[in-house]
Ligand binder design. Structure first.
Ligand code: OOB
Length: 553
């Protein structure tokens, strides 16, 4: 296979405009971290577990790792799969990769061999970096299997007890003093992020230094970040929201401090908020609910909190209203996507806007279209399909012509799959979604992907996976199954899917056996219409009361 160097290219006229407007400044990750380390070397940059790193320490560690990666034979442009939880070395590793001109590919800690193999193949990765274990899972076993399945993975580094692999700690002891702070251009692809995956497995999203740094610089400004900011990374920081909206990168860019929590639960987080005087954090709606519950009678001092950002899935106005009285902080709604566009409510917006909308775009050059089913602009104020293009929204996925043909218009707009309406003052309200994925507590699950796993079971004749409204998770997944011969037990099917080696959050919360999917007339329906019909049937029967499984870590 020919290795394809990831690129992301905007038309010349637009690129010139984004540069002229000062959005793209040819800044790079390697360089700005170094600049911060020179201006304020002794300021704390990252806190996690027992580690407390200053900007100078983080910068040196990034250089050491960069030197180590290059000495191990990786060359500029190589892709490196990152599979780390919220530990300080997550940040040192990605900064080290940037500095060496290597391209991180971000997997979530919940991903398992099937997803990891898919990312490794899709990106043609040459190395894999994982923790020894996290949340009860041994990533070294996954690494062994990955090496067998993907011989292109030539190097494996492990944080902690490396077992048969190379130790990340040893690599971090490399002399990095000769490594230049930066060898990249602003227009180079800095990393590959993964898509929420509306059809099939996730797609890879190439983001450039120019476009991503613009989005996090403006995010940091919109969210009022500065040297006094203490950002708590509670959600997995490999996700775009806690990474750059403004997330840990925006915080470091603004000279603030990042505090990392290995788990997002309120007990772990509240202890850190009190100890580190956390000022801002980002949550998904179900986590916010847990936080609100515990905040009612916690002994922890949460007074330092100024802003609670909530995004990833729709937040109900009912819950939004409780944030200020219960947590004493300003709510900020964040509606974003790894492909680019991010919307924020502004901190000084009227309470009504903060509670009822999902914010407005970062950039005056974020172009927004809201179209009806025929591709015509809706009457202002009406709901329609959201399409967008702009200075930090991608124009193409990596190496995926069919997804690109589906997801982008000829003039470069990204079809988000979201249905929104715009208020007269330009704020977006998310109404729902046109695509068939399930947004389970902010984790996106492709119906098609799970149906494929189910169909591979010998006792499954057909399967359709749909989203069901869930009071706690927002949505949960329900698989309708037509059995082949004897009906399999629910637990057998769940075990079967888990055995495919996928993230736990993708395992259906509920399984319903049916004799057939639809009446003969309805059999002509598209898959999409079929899923809609099954969902309605279940909700009409009031048979949707199965308690969901717990929130994934
Ligand atoms: C964020 O990114 P992804 O790529 O995991 O998921 C994007 C999708 C959006 O297209 C939308 O369907 C949904 O997640 N979404 C929301 C939402 N924020 C995201 N739906 C309703 N209300 C919201 N506030 O999820 C993401 C990336 C950057 C910042 C924030 C979230």
């Amino acid at each position: 296979m020919i290795s394809m160097l990831p690129t992301q290219v905007w038309p010349d006229d637009l690129a010139a405009r984004y540069r002229a407007a000062g959005y793209w400044r040819n800044e790079t990750f390697g360089a700005w971290l170094h600049e911060r380390a020179v201006t304020h070397p002794d300021r704390l940059a990252v806190v996690g577990g027992a580690q407390r790193w200053t900007y100078a320490t983080l910068d040196q560690r990034a250089s050491s790792l960069a030197a180590g990666f290059l000495q191990a034979g990786l060359v500029r442009g190589d892709r490196v799969l990152i599979h780390l939880p919220n530990i300080p070395d997550f940040i040192a590793v990605v900064m080290g990769l940037f500095r060496a001109g290597l391209i991180p590919v971000y997997a979530l800690p919940a991903h398992r061999i099937t997803e990891i193999e898919h990312f490794a193949r899709g990106s043609d990765a040459r190395a894999y970096i994982a923790a020894d274990h996290h949340a009860g899972f041994d990533y070294r076993a996954l690494a062994t299997e990955l090496r067998q399945r993907c011989p292109t993975i030539q190097r494996v580094w492990v944080h902690g007890d490396a077992g048969p692999f190379s130790s990340l700690e040893t690599l971090a002891a490399t002399d990095g003093s000769a490594v230049p702070p930066n060898i990249s251009q602003g227009s180079d692809v800095a990393f590959l992020q993964i898509s929420g995956g509306s059809t099939g497995l996730s797609k890879l999203i190439p983001r450039t230094h120019d476009d991503y740094i613009y989005s996090l610089r403006e995010s940091a400004r919109i969210c009022g970040l500065g040297p006094d900011t203490v950002f708590l990374g509670a959600l997995p920081i490999a996700h775009n929201f806690p990474m750059s909206s403004p997330g840990f990168l925006g915080t470091l860019y603004a000279g603030g401090r990042v505090v990392l929590s290995l788990a997002p639960d309120p007990e772990s987080a509240f202890a850190l908020i009190e100890r580190e005087h956390v000022t801002v954090t980002s949550l998904v709606p179900p986590l916010l609910l847990q936080w609100l519950d515990l905040a009612a009678d916690t002994a922890y001092d949460l007074h330092s909190l100024r802003t609670i950002q909530v995004g990833g899935a729709k937040l109900s106005a009912e819950i939004a209203r409780r944030v200020r009285p219960m947590l004493g902080a300003t709510l900020q709604q964040v509606f974003g996507m790894a492909e680019g566009l991010v919307n924020y409510t502004r901190l000084d917006d009227p309470e009504d806007t903060i509670i009822h909308t999902q914010g407005r775009p970062i950039s005056p050059d974020d172009e927004i279209l809201i179209l009806d089913d025929d591709g015509q602009a809706v009457t202002p104020g009406q709901a329609g399909h959201l399409l967008t293009r702009g200075p930090y929204t991608i124009r193409a996925y990596h190496n995926n012509p069919s997804a690109n043909a589906r997801s982008f218009t000829a003039d470069g707009y990204y079809r988000t799959g979201d249905v929104v309406r715009m208020t007269p003052d330009g704020y977006l309200e998310v109404q729902g979604r046109a695509g068939d994925h399930i947004n389970r507590a902010g984790e996106k699950i492709s119906a098609e992907e799970i149906e494929d796993y189910l169909l591979s079971h010998p006792q499954v004749f057909d399967a359709a996976v749909v989203s069901i409204p869930d009071e706690y998770l927002g949505e949960r997944s329900c698989a309708f199954i037509i059995p082949k011969g004897a009906r399999p037990r629910t637990i057998e099917l769940k075990t079967w899917i888990r055995g495919r080696g996928i993230a736990d959050f993708k395992i259906p919360d509920q399984i319903v056996f049916v004799d057939q999917f639809a009446t003969t007339a309805a059999l002509k329906l598209s898959r999409k219409a079929l899923r809609a019909e099954l969902r309605t049937r279940l909700l009409d029967q009031g048979a949707d009361q199965t308690p969901p499984s717990s929130l994934p870590q």
